[in-house]
Design a protein around this ligand. Structure first.
Ligand SMILES: [Zn+2]
Ligand SMILES: [Zn+2]
Ligand SMILES: [Zn+2]
Length: 49
């Protein structure tokens, strides 16, 4: 069974067995964005209403 943990992107709430859930997050690892746009269902990176 894979060891699932939160994506390392600060704004992303995806669970993944890699460091990042997607190339999107990996590319933005050094960017402190307030919203994640990785596009995965269930990701709550978007804190806007
Ligand atoms: Zn995300
Ligand atoms: Zn992510
Ligand atoms: Zn994601």
């Amino acid at each position: 069974m894979a060891d699932q943990k939160k994506c390392a992107h600060a704004a992303c709430t995806c669970m993944t067995d890699k460091k990042y859930c997607s190339k999107f997050c990996e590319d933005r690892k050094d960017t402190a964005e307030i919203a994640c746009e990785c596009g995965h269902p269930g990701c709550k990176g978007d804190i806007a209403s």
